[in-house]
Write a protein that binds this ligand. Structure first.
Ligand SMILES: *Cc1c(COP(=O)(O)O)cnc(C)c1O
Length: 381
């Protein structure tokens, strides 16, 4: 066998033996109840977004034809950047094609070998990858441990450029970063703070402005990243902040410069999503009702929940095989949840990742809870 064939075969075998093999399943809309998506406000299938997308495509074309700096920056992109800046209470915003690219581009443009990056251990993979790409010196502090962060910051040279980076809502745990604690650390050590609010935008704060809200403006959280493929139901991402930050990214962020601009229909649909997000606060109210109902009933069942008040509600199960088994039982009951295993989460912390959405009915929530009760029952036998 060639070296490549045996390399692939061995990697696949190790992954399967560890119960970590990842498989894709075709998602059909109607045959399962979806508790796995990040569509928190139920906007991904809203016909008003589809209509806005079609109208955007008719008006501007299906593709944007070029990168933003060449010829692809259209008035619908400009309008969306202004709407996102206003939603998050920042002077400016800059669109990226995906959240993964926004994080790579921002870290690569801001940081180099003379920079120190301090990340929460549970930050999203794109933030870790962005730090490697930048060539900066990276330090990781214990999850949500401000004292550990303080200790690490003290060890860095006082005159070095320092960037603290954290998820706003941790994607696999659902807990919220202590923004006030982080801003205190940042100002004590003259560092900048970057928050990736992929799961907070649209869900938290007044009008869905996110975890930083209007309270922590760009003077406290200098770099704010948001994604459009979660609560806003479309695709893409943005960075929001002061004008000099945005200008710097336009000049130096390679994942911004060397890629085709977002399709105009997607930008138009996102404009509509922002309108709905701000004008229909009842969606956030419904979501928070479902979240507290789920937590109350799941803890009555004796399930191991994590301290999360967001729509991300993990159930900790421990080993990979157990998480797979529960995922399979729920699938048989017509329910799709995320089965999250290492390396996405630490070893021994495999879990079901249940996500709630404003579109879930009371009956669907009841069905989920009885299926979870049935899992406990099967294990007890
Ligand atoms: C989903 C996610 C991203 C990536 O965003 P995409 O637009 O899906 O590429 C980045 N950061 C966090 C915290 C996320 O949850």
């Amino acid at each position: 066998m060639t070296a490549w064939a045996s390399y692939l075969e061995q990697a696949a075998r190790q992954r399967r033996e560890a119960h970590r093999w990842r498989a894709r399943h075709i998602h059909h809309d109607n045959d399962v109840i979806d508790f796995a998506s990040n569509d928190y406000l139920g906007l991904a299938s809203d016909p008003r977004l589809a209509e806005a997308e079609a109208e955007g495509a008719r008006r501007y074309g299906s593709g944007s034809r070029a990168s933003h700096l060449v010829n692809g920056h259209l008035e619908i992109h400009e309008a969306l950047e202004e709407a996102l800046a206003s939603l998050t209470g920042r002077p400016r915003a800059l669109l990226f094609s995906t959240g993964y690219m926004a994080n790579l581009g921002t870290l690569q443009a801001l940081c180099g070998s003379d920079t120190y990056i301090f990340q929460d251990r549970l930050n999203h993979a794109s933030l870790l990858d962005g730090a490697s790409l930048s060539g900066a010196r990276s330090r990781r502090f214990h999850h949500q441990d401000i004292d550990d962060l303080d200790r690490l910051l003290q060890r860095a040279p006082t005159d070095a450029r320092k960037l603290i980076v954290s998820d706003g809502v941790f994607s696999m745990d659902g807990d919220q970063a202590d923004i006030t604690g982080l801003t205190t650390m940042a100002s004590r050590h003259s560092a900048w703070l970057m928050i990736d609010d992929a799961h907070g935008l649209g869900v938290l704060g007044e009008h869905g402005s996110g975890c930083t809200g209007q309270r922590h403006g760009s003077e406290h959280v200098q770099v704010l990243v948001g994604t459009l493929g979660k609560a806003l139901g479309t695709a893409g991402a943005f960075v929001a902040g002061d004008s000099n930050l945005i200008d710097h990214l336009i000049q130096f962020a390679r994942p911004y410069i060397y890629t085709t601009a977002m399709p105009p229909g997607v930008a138009a649909a996102t404009m509509e999503a922002i309108r709905i997000c701000t004008q229909e606060p009842q969606r956030r109210k419904r979501l928070s009702h479902l979240t507290s109902e789920f937590r109350r009933q799941a803890s009555d069942l004796g399930l191991c929940l994590l301290p999360s008040s967001t729509p991300i509600q993990p159930i900790l199960l421990g080993d990979e095989a157990r998480a797979l088994r529960w995922g399979e039982w729920l699938a048989q009951a017509g329910i799709k949840v995320g089965v999250i295993r290492p390396p996405t989460v630490p070893k021994g912390e495999s879990r079901l990742r249940i996500t709630l959405s404003a579109r879930h009915s009371d009956a669907q929530l009841d069905h989920l809870l009885s299926a979870l009760a049935a899992c406990l029952h099967k294990e007890a036998q």
